[in-house]
Structures are given as structure tokens and as C-alpha cells.
Design a protein around this ligand. Sequence first.
Ligand code: AMP
Length: 600
Amino acid sequence: MKGSKAIGIDLGTTNSCVAVAIDNRVQVIPTESGSNTMPSLVSFDDEERLVGDGAKYQMNSNFSNTIYNIKRLMGYKSKRQKSQVDIKSLFYKIIETEEEVRVQVKYKGEVKSYTPEEISSMILGKLKARAETYLGVEVNDAVITVPAYFNTAQRQATRNAGMIAGLNVLKVISEPTAAAIGFGCEKDFKEETNVFVFDFGGGTFDASILLVQEGDFTVLATGGDSTLGGEDIDNLLVEHCCELFEAETGFDLSNNTRALRRLKSVCEKAKCALSHASKTKLDIQSLFDDKDLFISLTRSTFDEICQGLFKKTIAISQSVLKDAGMKAEDINEILLVGGSTRIPKVQAMIQKLFRKIPNGSINPDEAVAIGAAKQAASYKDPNNQNQVHLYDVLPLSIGTGIEGGKTFRHIAKNTPIPTKATTLFKTRTDDQERLCFKVYEGERAFCKDNTLLGSFTIDGLPPAKRGKAGADVTTEIDESGIIKINAVATNGLTGGVTIINNSNFGLSINEVTRMQEEAQKFEEEDQLTKQRVDSMLGLEDYAYELRDLAESGNLSKSSCNTLMTFFKSTIDWLKDNQSASKEIYTMLKQTLEEKVSRLS
Ligand code: AMP
């Protein structure tokens, strides 16, 4: 086997994509079915686990055991946290406890549950395996992308998923940044160029401004909403259709999962159709109680239904421009990334904001993976001439809790990283012995609305009047986004916390090992299922070979009749025995071969 390769993975809400850079040329790796993106789906049934295209094909018949949109649950650890997803809109079962969130499925007749990291690791594992088959080399290293607006917990969960899949995650980078790098592959930026990346995918919206020149990519500002995507457009359409259906038939569909699932899939198709046509039809036979749904939808009605949602993307874009200290006219290139940017109204709104036509030279589904692959190659081989240098910003502000439950901001969002800041915290009462620091991430004024990242305490301050003792607190963020907070008290005592693996969001070594072992078990089971199916197909192929031989006219009549009997009885048997073991199929084929060899 040749040297191993590093890949770039766009782990998307709806679709994922994997690419590799070889000799400075980036190749998107197609799935087994030839598509450049793979549905981010995992399904379970009585016999097997399917990932990607296989899961998609059987989604409608097995919707409660098909996990989709798992990205929206990443980093969402427990009920205590704000949910990033309307859990009721998912068709599979979610178990939420104070400690963790899991999805529940029925697999091989047993009820099983998995964390969002484990499900994502199955998608990553499939992409890794696909890259290995395609390249014919082992693949261990990867750069994985996340929305720019993902918080520390969500980024860490993504790293964990990579680890469980057996990948060495070189770096987790932001999707818009990766897209700009991908775009840089197509176009050489000799001059300084301000690039606005408008990334509107299946589950998230991200807006970023980068200053690009040659191989340097400097993020100037970023913003977004990790709960705003094509999925929400589909949900709005479903709501609209439910209202029309109820008005016409009197039936309320809101609690009928099966009807909603069918409706959602038709709504998504209608949405995509309206990107090309000015009107479309939604037609579902016997949607509920033998009542059909038939709705004619125009593009203008669609635009009206989704208006509020589209406006949010523009408002976020404007605030990112403000954060970067720029006006719309300062932007030189606009990059469209993500499937939802195909919506004409969205394109028109972008064009109106920037008074410029967005650049359409790169496929919005592939740009992110291409950039990630380029970055992965650059990490793997630091001597490579076409190095990519990435200068990122802090996606969310970092602060600590102060009196009245308020957050004191140490480093503001969009500050270029690495960065460092020191603040003096004074005691609030006379003879205060202890200083407690709780570290939060987020933009809200009160701690309760932000995400707690970690905490530490300094005990043993000398007696002193209020405000006469305290500690210098230094917050340091390195280029990978790892946050270190250290405090030095007036009497020299120290304390601190580092927010990285093994923090609140990391997994322990034992947990990672257990999950990796389970992932390995899945791989083995998948292999066994594949062998079983291959031996079933081998028997079926052989039966058809016998029929072809019988029909070739080269054999005696009686041999032909015997072969046709073998053919029919084998095919009939196979119809009723789709779940037999590999050994049975192999044995039946051998028996048949022996019988055929005895024919004169
Ligand atoms: P991504 O996360 O980039 O793969 O984007 C997936 C989202 O893009 C899904 O919500 C799709 O329904 C949506 N999408 C894909 N093609 C189109 C299209 N032609 N018009 C509107 N939305 C689309």
C-alpha cells in the first residue's frame, strides 16, 4: 500500500462530501452510486445498518429507524442546554436526560440507542472507507468542516465523531473558510480580495467575510444561525400544506407521523422544483383517511411563505458586514455555498444587498470539501509549495460570570485568533477568601443564556477590604480555538481551566475506546451482511446462467427442462428466503453446480 492520504470532509446536515488533494489537484470522491455527495443518513433494520445512499432508498418505508439531521443534535448534551432543533419535527425517537441526548432505533430486533457523535461517526466512517476504496490507500488523517457559528461543544462533538470513526482529525475548520479556500483553487487571488461567503445549507446558515490573497485566508468576521436551513423551509411548506389540507378535509395531520413524513418529502421536491419553474404541484394520494392532497404552488406564494426566513439570512449578512467594519460595496466576490442558495429569491436578495452578481464558478455542494482537502494536504505536507495559511476569528465571545448573573466579556466574537487578554477581578466583599470563575461562551448579557464551558476556583485569599484583593485573569485562545483561562491572585495563588478534550465536552479515553470498538463491530457486521448478500446474489446469478444455458439451444431437450426446473425452483426459493445465512446460499449453489455437472 502506498503512503496514506489526508482527506477533507464536509459533514453536512443533509449531504456530506469527501475530497482529496493529489499533487495540488483536488478530486471529489464519488459515492458507490456515482454521486459527488452522500446523504447524511443512517438507517437500521432487522438485518443491517445502512449509511448514505442505501439509507436514503429505504427512508420512506423505515422512517422511524432512519436518522437524519444528526448534525443539528451535535454538541447538544442534555435537556439543560438550549435545543438547536425542534425535536418534535424529527421522525425518530430521541431520549433526553439530564446527562445526555441519544437517538433510539430498532436494530436486529433489539432497541438500541446512540449519541449524536456515534451516528455522525458512522457517516464519517463510510466516507473514510469510500475514500480508501477509491484511492487504494489507507486514510487516517482528515480535516472536517463545521459551520462557522458552531460553538465549542458542537466543534468538540465533531472531533469526537471523527475519533470514533478512527480518523486523526488534523483540524476542524469553518465551512465558509473552507469554501473560500476551495474557490481559491479555481481562481488565483493575486490582489487582496474581500470575499463574502453566503453558506445556506440543509440545516445551518453561515455568513463570513475573508480577506484573501494568494495562499493567505484571513477571516475578518463571521456569523450565522445553526438552526436555519433548507430543513426549516421544508417545515414551513409542510405547515402551509397541513393548513390547506385541514381547511379542505377537516383532518388535522399534525400528529400523524407517517402522513407528515410523506408530505415533507414531497414539499422538499416542490421547493427544489420551484428553483427552476414558476409553479409546481404537490400531489399525494390517500394522504390521510383516503383523502388525497393536491396543491398547486407558485414561486411567489413560496417566496411569501419563506419570506421571514430569507430575511433572517440577509439580516445576519448585514451584521457580519458591520462586524468587519465594511459596507456591501467593499465586497469583491460573493460565494454561494449550500443547496439552499439555489433558491432564486435568495439569490435575488443577495444581489440586491451587494449590487453584484454572486460568483457561480464553483459547485455549491462541493466547494467546502474541496477547500477542506486542500487544507488537509497542506497540514499533512508542510513542505508543499502551495501552502494554505488560515487566520481565523473567534466565532463566539468568551466571558466569565460576575455579580447579578451577568457575563463579563473577556474576548469578543470575531477577534482574530490567536489572542490573549488580561483583566483584574477584585473581591466583592470584605475578607473574601474565595474567587469562583465560571467560563461562558455566547453573546447574551446573562450567563444563563450562554453556554457554560468550564469553571475553576481560587481558595485562600488573605483577609482584605473589599476590592483590595483579587486576581488577574488571562484568557488565551490559540489558532485551533483552544481556550486557556488562568488566574493569578494577589497573594500568588493560581488557578485555571483549559477548554479542549477532556473538558465538559470531551470524551474520556474509555468512552472513545468503547465507541471505537462498537464502530469496529458495526464494520464487521456490515462486512458479514455484505458477504451474505453477495452469496445470495451469487446463487441468483447462477440460476439465471442456467436459464440462459437452457435457452441457448445447445443442449438436449431433457437437459434444458432440468435446467429450467433448477432455475424456477431456485428463484422461487429465493423469493421466500431473503434472510438465509451466507453458508446456506453457498451450499445451495455448490449443490446446484454438482447437479448440473452430472447432466449429460
Ligand atoms: P447542503 O446542506 O448544502 O447539502 O444543502 C441541502 C439543502 O439544499 C436541502 O435542504 C435541499 O433541499 C436544498 N436544496 C438542494 N437543491 C435545491 C434547489 N434546487 N432548490 C432549493 N433548495 C435546494
